[in-house]
Write a protein that binds this ligand. Structure first.
Ligand code: NAD
Ligand code: IPM
Ligand code: MN
Length: 359
């Protein structure tokens, strides 16, 4: 029997558990009758961590997550904990930092069927396929000092050369395997950290002569990804700009409720999570789009376990429900989380059955 893979499961808050269930049922379907054996390790985290352990990131969660082969997270936060001493979001920042997950990869790919779901015109978004490589453990999110009083507040945007170099290498290596085009985003006409970002980017670029590089200020970039989204390949951004641009990019493909992400460090397990939040406005209604979590499971299978066929099977099943126009309201449909998930699972089951019969 093959070694049992340990998958840490951080089921999250509001729609978090709803879409996590969907993702795990797809994982179960695609791995049935294979020698991919796994154990799910349920860990308290976020609001759920506060409720169960009085801490959004209990120590034991960090330790068990570090020992796992991959971490699956849905989404955390929400009004229930907005006034907590330590908010769920703080736990999210800390787990990224504790596990040194400095590079966050957020794809935007528009398939044929998504052309009609986007608020943008089909001819503008056709062939869009780019990834945002977002720096995740530094910048404005982590710089010190940070303070809030009744009369003033301070945040600090900080970057070291090493932090910029390592994220640039991740982005350039990725581009070398894709369309060989990097776009470096910053605000170097104003910010010191961005001046360094661009300088380091320019010097790292020399080591990748096959990769074409261009540079955008973040304000102009927010316009360009709407005007010509299909002209990009790998977009490397500081932490805060990547957060904002990736939600904007998600809308190009029709809804944020489809987009997965992967966070990687120099060692240890990767963390996989949809890019969206816990969507308190639709929680409990059974209408959250599960595709973000299902795509997240596919990304984990492909990237952490090199199970390309299984990942492809999931992507085919997702494309199938989209083609059949089975979709939740965020994608213009009237279907529920359960209907979308059940159809994806059935498609996988039918195809698995066919494969078994053909053998
Ligand atoms: P959000 O991403 O939760 O929601 C924004 C909009 O997108 C809402 O209208 C929501 O209904 C919709 N949406 C998001 N995911 C969807 C899905 N799968 N299916 C259908 N619709 C979906 O952002 P927000 O409302 O600004 O934040 C809510 C909470 O989530 C906050 O506490 C925030 O801090 C937290 N948050 C967490 C993460 C994370 O866990 N990684 C990311 C972003 C926000
Ligand atoms: C994301 C979220 C988080 C971020 C929040 C919840 C801390 O918006 O994962 O995109 O800003 O990184
Ligand atoms: Mn965000």
């Amino acid at each position: 029997m093959s070694e049992i893979k340990k998958i840490a499961v951080l089921k999250g808050d509001y729609i978090g558990p709803e879409i996590m269930d969907a993702g795990l049922s797809v994982l179960a379907a695609v791995t049935q009758n294979t020698d991919f054996n796994y154990e799910l390790i349920d860990l308290p985290f976020g609001g759920d961590g506060i409720d169960r352990c009085n801490d959004p990131l209990p120590r034991s969660t960090v330790e068990k997550a570090k020992e796992s082969d991959a971490i699956l997270l849905s989404a955390i936060g929400g009004p229930k904990w907005d006034n907590a001493a330590k908010r769920p979001e703080q736990g999210l920042l800390e787990i990224r930092s504790e596990l040194n997950l400095f590079a966050n990869v957020r794809p935007t790919k528009v398939s044929q069927i998504q052309l009609e779901r986007s608020p943008l015109k089909a001819d503008i978004i056709d062939h869009t396929d780019f990834v945002i490589v977002r720096e995740l453990t530094s910048g404005a999110y982590f710089g010190k000092p940070r303070a809030l009083t009744t009369t003033n507040a301070i945040d600090t945007m900080y970057y070291s050369v090493e932090e910029i170099e390592r994220i640039m290498h991740v982005g350039f290596k990725m581009a070398a395997r894709r369309k060989k085009h990097v776009t470096i985003v910053d605000k170097s006409n104003v910010l010191a950290t961005s001046k360094l970002w661009r300088q380091v980017g320019q010097s790292i670029a020399k080591r990748y002569p096959d990769v074409t590089v261009d540079y955008y200020y973040v304000d102009a970039m927010s316009m360009a990804i709407i005007r010509e989204p299909n002209s990009f390949d790998v977009v490397i951004t500081p932490n805060l700009f990547g957060d904002i641009l990736s939600d904007e990019a998600a809308q190009i493909a029709g809804s944020i409720g489809q987009i997965p992400s992967m966070s990687i460090g120099s060692e240890g397990p990767n963390l996989y999570e949809p890019i969206h939040g816990s969507a308190p406005d639709i929680a409990g209604k059974g209408i959250a789009n599960p595709i973000s979590m299902i795509n997240t499971v596919a990304m984990m299978l492909a990237e952490s376990f090199n199970e390309q066929e299984m990942a492809q099977e999931i992507r085919k099943a997702v494309a199938h429900v989209m083609t059949k126009r089975i979709s939740t309201p965020d994608m213009g449909g009237k279907d529920t989380t359960k209907t979308v998930t059940d159809n994806i699972v059935s498609y996988i089951n039918e195809h698995t059955l066919q494969k078994v019969t053909m053998k």
